[in-house]
Design a binder for this molecule. Structure first.
Ligand SMILES: Nc1nc2c(c(=O)[nH]1)N[C@H]1C(S)=C(S)[C@@H](COP(=O)(O)OP(=O)(O)OC[C@H]3O[C@@H](n4cnc5c(=O)[nH]c(N)nc54)[C@H](O)[C@@H]3O)O[C@H]1N2
Ligand SMILES: Nc1nc2c(c(=O)[nH]1)N[C@H]1C(S)=C(S)[C@@H](COP(=O)(O)OP(=O)(O)OC[C@H]3O[C@@H](n4cnc5c(=O)[nH]c(N)nc54)[C@H](O)[C@@H]3O)O[C@H]1N2
Ligand code: SF4
Ligand SMILES: [Mo]
Length: 765
């Protein structure tokens, strides 16, 4: 039976809505990072830990994938090369709180299921492997050897390897990811869903089709040298805070910034850099020169209009188009005149502003386009991103300094995991290289992604779930359906650092395998190990954990995978699993032979700033696409039907969480403190719909299935907050609002949950 997620985080009376902050970061940001670090790890550990963050000899921040400055590009690392939210990410992992056997003995799973995500995460690091056997009420300790045997026996008893699905969250290192996909493919399936399926999948799909590689084309230096940076559907002040330092440099160099967002996010407006006097005592730096407060899901129509204006003014780079692109004539022919009525209706932006933005784009010689989840989690995400590529191609903004495409990645190693083969549809060339290297036979039929894995579990086609990190239940759409799906499995295994909702929605047999985090020392038989990661700009570098492990019983992710593989695949398997665990250099030797661009990997990752993976469009304006050129595409918007009295809801992050990990209850920049069950609604909408600020309502989403059935999903008890969001658009926090996202509401091509365009109505309680 599916259980309901808890309804309340805290007493609603404690929820306070005050003024929004005018500038991001500042001294307050520094104080909050120190306070949280102190609470979780105490003074001595704080003093030891934070200075190692993002330094060449330390560990990579387990927060986001924003890159570090590199000497080669004229950058240098400061003594404190991290942000408030990076410090919180570290404090969360390096906490001194522990979840040991006594904890599990004291709390039955049914009781834990009633707790909030926040409470679960705050209990601390898990110290020992535990198992919940069929019929048991509590998790109990189990030895590592027994745990691996139970898992191997159950997986080997399946009718087919395709009855298991192997999820990955983007914190796994390159070494762990490479070993994991190798184990999964040796076992015989490509069922390798990952968090990217819910994140930048649409960016990868759109970029691969149009420029031939699914990664961004800029370096950190490019962003900082741009004369115009367009930030669309991204909240960097919270989710990529050090990006503000780069945006500040853009402004110092005389460049301009355009922010396109339904919300006036503080970090897009003004930045107080705590490392400069101006940021400490002055009013900081104003960022966005133009803030386009777009309606949710209006971006495709906006970018089509901008492209039409650019074409009409003939402000295009004819030479670039002639030499490097394909499909221009067809694209230009369909562009036509702007339908201003449609633009105003769909985007909510006035004609003058759209024309001003077009003018800025036409005058710019070096434009960088940055985007994140505000673009990728809609039905039309792939066409929208393709339309931004059209714009970049029209203006020749790829493969020259200070210009390019910049999908800003989320998890610190989500891009690296893909490079290492975590994908349900890796190309045959990769699988051929893998097979040749190890003498295995990888399956060639594609596997299941995240949404299809959930469907397959519900239909009984998948009976085992293994998660390398992450929190599948809380991160996935349609919380009710997903928890039912996991509970229906014969086996669920979570390789985790901390407790989360996925541990309390167990399959018939469930195991938690606790692992070392990025901050911790990883010592194996050959000595201390390091791992490697890839940031959002394709820089691969080493990360060395330096803290004592949270418990002596923990194994590294690589060790867990290697040992599980030996149990699962037998001792005569051709992959040298024991060597993998003994010395991570051996894994890297194989990565060098299999993964494109990774030749000489062991040497190159030991360079102080690592190395940059090849990117043909960025490096040489060559485009490995089906046509051999960069492809223009024709993208057709769809009129979203939002019935009378309904709102379009986006689900987003607060300033005090990391995805499903809730650090605290303070969304400081938006002025929302003490609680998370809130819906932000425009004041005029509130009035027209007959509600008032502060009222507690149920939020109900409405969805029509492909065969015409009406479905409803309900999330109870949300407090209404009158907020400057565009009319007709609402916002609530993820994961609390995931219960509202229909499993079948996904992006075209990407199959990504459309978690930023959910049709809802409000109901008085
Ligand atoms: N501190 C912290 N850092 C993080 C994370 C975290 O949870 N906490 N998560 C990490 C991960 S995995 C990711 S993917 C990134 C996410 O980074 P973001 O993409 O910045 O995260 P979201 O909060 O989902 O915010 C999306 C932004 O898009 C806007 N938006 C919503 N709908 C639309 C739309 O239709 N059009 C436009 N133009 N804008 C829209 C929202 O108002 C919001 O400002 O951050 C990473 N970094
Ligand atoms: N409605 C809605 N849904 C969304 C989104 C949204 O914007 N709106 N965003 C989507 C996005 S962009 C993403 S990326 C996904 C995120 O989906 P996930 O990556 O699955 O979720 P996280 O919350 O990042 O995972 C947190 C858990 O990872 C474990 N963990 C932390 N560090 C480590 C480690 O070093 N090793 C291991 N093995 N485990 C570790 C901890 O147990 C922790 O509880 O959610 C998606 N879901
Ligand atoms: S910007 Fe991202 S990677 Fe950098 S310190 Fe902050 S959270 Fe960590
Ligand atoms: Mo993400």
């Amino acid at each position: 039976m599916a259980r309901k997620a808890p309804e309340r985080d805290i007493n609603e009376e404690e929820l306070e809505v005050g003024g929004r902050s005018e500038a991001a970061a500042g001294v307050k940001g520094v104080l909050v990072s120190l306070q949280r670090s102190w609470e979780q790890m105490g003074l001595a550990r704080t003093v030891r830990t934070l200075p190692l963050l993002n330094q060449q000899s330390g560990f990579d921040c387990p927060g986001c994938a924003w890159p570090d400055p590199r000497q080669e590009e004229g950058g240098h690392r400061k003594i404190a090369e991290f942000c408030e939210n990076g410090a919180k990410a570290v404090a969360e992992e390096a906490t001194t709180r522990r979840v040991g056997p006594e904890f599990f003995a004291a709390h039955p799973v049914a009781e834990l299921a009633e707790r909030t995500d926040y409470w679960l995460g705050q209990q601390g690091r898990i110290t020992q492997p535990v198992i919940l056997r069929e019929g048991d009420t509590h998790y109990r300790p189990i030895s590592w050897e027994d745990a691996f045997q139970v898992i191997a026996d159950k997986l080997n008893a399946l009718d087919s390897p395709d009855q298991a699905t192997f999820y990955t969250s983007g914190r796994a290192s390159n070494e762990a990811a490479f070993a994991y996909q190798l184990m999964v493919r040796s076992f015989g399936t490509n069922n390798l869903p990952d968090c990217s399926n819910m994140c930048h999948e649409a960016s990868g799909a759109a970029l691969t089709e149009t420029i031939g590689i699914g990664k961004g084309s800029v370096s950190l230096a490019d962003v900082e040298q741009a004369d115009l940076v367009v930030v669309v559907g991204q909240n960097p002040g919270t989710n990529h805070p050090r990006m503000l330092t780069s945006l500040e440099k853009v402004k110092r160099n005389g460049g301009k910034i355009i922010a396109i967002n339904p919300l006036p996010e503080t970090g897009l407006m003004r930045f107080k850099n705590p490392q400069t006097a101006r940021g400490v005592i002055g009013s900081g730096t104003a960022l966005a020169d133009e803030f386009a407060q777009i309606r949710v899901s209006g971006d495709l129509v906006l970018f089509k209009a901008l492209n039409s204006l650019i074409l009409k003014a003939d402000a295009v780079d004819h030479e670039f188009i002639r030499d490097h692109t394909h499909g221009y004539e067809e694209f230009a022919a369909q562009a036509g005149d702007v339908d201003w009525q449609e633009v105003e209706q769909v985007t909510g932006l006035p004609q003058q502003q759209v024309e001003r933005i077009a003018g800025m784009l036409m005058r710019s010689e070096r434009t960088v386009f940055c985007w994140a989840m505000g673009l990728t989690q809609h039905k039309k995400s792939v066409p929208t991103i393709r339309e931004i590529v059209n714009l970049a191609l029209l203006r020749g903004m790829i493969g020259k300094p200070g210009a390019g495409l910049c999908p800003v990645r989320g998890h610190s190693n989500v891009q690296g995991d893909r490079t290492m083969g975590i994908w349900e549809k890796m190309p045959d060339s990769f699988l051929d290289a893998l097979d040749a290297e190890f003498g295995i036979k990888s399956p060639r039929h594609h596997g299941l992604d995240t949404v299809d894995s959930i469907r397959a579990m519900r239909e009984g086609k998948v009976k085992a779930f293994i998660g390398l990190g992450g929190n599948f239940v809380a991160a996935s759409p349609d919380t009710g359906a997903t928890s039912e799906a996991l509970r229906s499995c014969e086996l669920t295994v979570q390789i985790s650092t901390k407790l989360n909702r996925s541990h309390v929605t167990p399959g018939k047999t469930a195991l938690i395998l606790p692992t070392l985090g990025r901050t911790e020392r990883d010592v194996q038989a050959s000595g201390p190990q390091f791992v490697t990661v890839e940031d959002s700009m394709s820089v691969v570098h080493a990360s060395r954990g330096r803290l004592a492990p949270a418990s002596q019983h923990l194994l590294s992710e690589v060790a867990i995978i290697s040992r599980l593989a030996r149990h699962l695949l037998g001792s005569d398997h051709p992959v040298p699993w024991e060597e993998f665990e003994r010395d991570y250099d051996t894994i890297r030797e194989h990565i060098a032979n299999v993964v494109p661009g990774c030749a000489d990997y062991n040497r190159k990752v030991r360079q102080p700033d690592g190395f940059v993976l090849p990117h043909p469009p960025r490096d040489s304006r060559t485009f490995p696409t089906s046509t051999g050129k960069a492809n223009f595409t024709v993208n057709v918007p769809e009129k979203l039907h939002i019935p009378e009295g309904r709102l379009l809801l986006q689900t987003m992050r607060s300033h005090d969480q990391y995805n499903t990990t809730i650090y605290g209850l303070s969304d400081r920049y938006r002025g929302i403190e003490g609680g998370r069950r809130v819906v932000l609604v425009n004041s005029e909408d509130l009035e027209e719909l007959g509600f008032r600020d502060g009222q507690v309502v149920d939020v109900v989403s409405e969805w029509t299935t492909s065969d015409g059935k009406q479905q409803e999903r309900r999330a109870p008890s949300f407090r209404l907050v009158s907020y400057p969001t565009p009319k007709g658009c609402a916002a609530a926090y993820y994961p609390e609002a995931n219960a509202l996202v229909p499993l079948d509401s996904v992006g075209e091509i990407s199959n990504t949950p459309a978690s930023k365009s959910v049709v809802i109505r409000l109901e008085a309680r």
